[in-house]
Design a protein around this ligand. Structure first.
Ligand code: SF4
Length: 321
């Protein structure tokens, strides 16, 4: 007997995943399409509003998925409280939890309900382009677990992913169809689409793109995404300073939860020398905004003419735009 098929469409609130959802609804029986949104808790409010708009305009329900790390906290607290090892950092320096460091960490290591912040506190640092654990833990694992549940319930799952090859260097070899595992397939129908085709798909369906694109944002993702370039950092700082204030607060919390007693949201390598204090000061979010500020004038993104930066999220799942 063949298994019934569920088409799981990863929706981020961005233009590509919206076009993907429209395509899935065009091509597949409605009751076989399951749109999902993996919520990092680090999104712009406009994303949540846009998802509500899509649900209403398309008469669909988008399943909200959120990583839950609450059980890790007690384990982490215990391991810090009991830790007496003297480790060495990558420069060979002796590094251990001081009693003061332990007190600081134990004072903040409680679940906040914000998956992005909880994950960073547990790991003791923010992700970076070299260590993009955000995509894996907050998006990929959550989506895969949802799909695995469907497979366990007897379905074949087709995972629709809104990746386009022209989007970034890392996605240039993305395959259109791929078997990921037993009863699980990836389908990337937009791989050879242009950005014009993506917007045309919106127009044909009478669906407005996320209005955040009109506010200087070339992508929809975390606020801000760790992979942001200078121009987008400047736009966000100017238009949405409340998210920058929040990230400065997160730096303080994650710093407290970290053995080295600091952590910076961005890892742009702005420090000249490598004393710990200097690394922190040079890379904290206010310093990064200062570094990103253009010397003259501003920069308004144009989706159709501006080159896409090459440091887009590397996830082949297309879970971050
Ligand atoms: S949008 Fe950026 S910061 Fe957010 S999960 Fe994706 S890669 Fe990480």
């Amino acid at each position: 007997m063949t298994h019934p098929v569920k088409h799981v469409v990863s929706v981020s609130g961005g233009k590509d995943s919206t076009a993907l959802l429209l395509l899935a609804l065009e091509r597949c029986p409605r009751d076989s399409v399951i749109p999902i949104f993996c919520d990092t808790g680090n999104e712009h409010d406009a994303v949540y509003e846009y998802l509500a708009y899509l649900e209403q305009a398309l008469n669909v329900r988008i399943v909200r998925l959120k990583a839950d790390f609450s059980e890790w906290f007690s384990v982490r607290r215990m391991s810090i409280a009991q830790d007496s090892r003297i480790g060495r950092d990558k420069h060979g320096r002796r590094k251990r939890w001081t009693n003061k460091g332990k007190r600081h960490a134990l004072s903040v290591l409680y679940p906040t309900g914000i998956p992005y912040l909880d994950l960073c506190m547990l790991i003791g640092r923010f992700p970076s382009s070299q260590m993009p654990f955000c995509t894996q833990h907050l998006k990929r694992d959550v989506a895969v677990s949802f799909q695995t549940d469907l497979i366990d319930r007897g379905f074949n799952v087709v995972s629709w992913q809104g990746i386009r090859r022209e989007e970034s260097y890392r996605r240039k070899n993305a395959k259109k169809i791929e078997r990921i595992g037993p009863n699980l397939y990836a389908f990337r129908p937009l791989v050879d689409w242009t950005v014009e085709q993506v917007f045309e798909q919106h127009r044909r369906a009478g669906i407005a793109p996320n209005p955040i694109y009109l506010q200087g944002m070339p992508r929809v993702g975390c606020m801000p995404c760790i992979n942001c370039g200078k121009a987008q950092i400047t736009e966000i700082a100017a238009r949405f300073p409340e998210y920058i204030v929040q990230k400065a607060e997160w730096e303080a919390l994650v710093g407290k939860a970290s053995k080295q007693r600091f952590s910076t949201y961005f890892n742009k390598g702005l420090h000249g020398d490598k004393t710990l204090k200097h690394i922190h000061e040079a890379n904290r979010i206010e310093a990064v905004i200062e570094w990103a500020r253009p010397s003259r004038g501003g920069h308004q993104f144009d989706l159709l003419t501006d080159p896409i930066e090459l440091d887009a999220c590397a996830s082949s799942y297309g879970l971050c735009e």
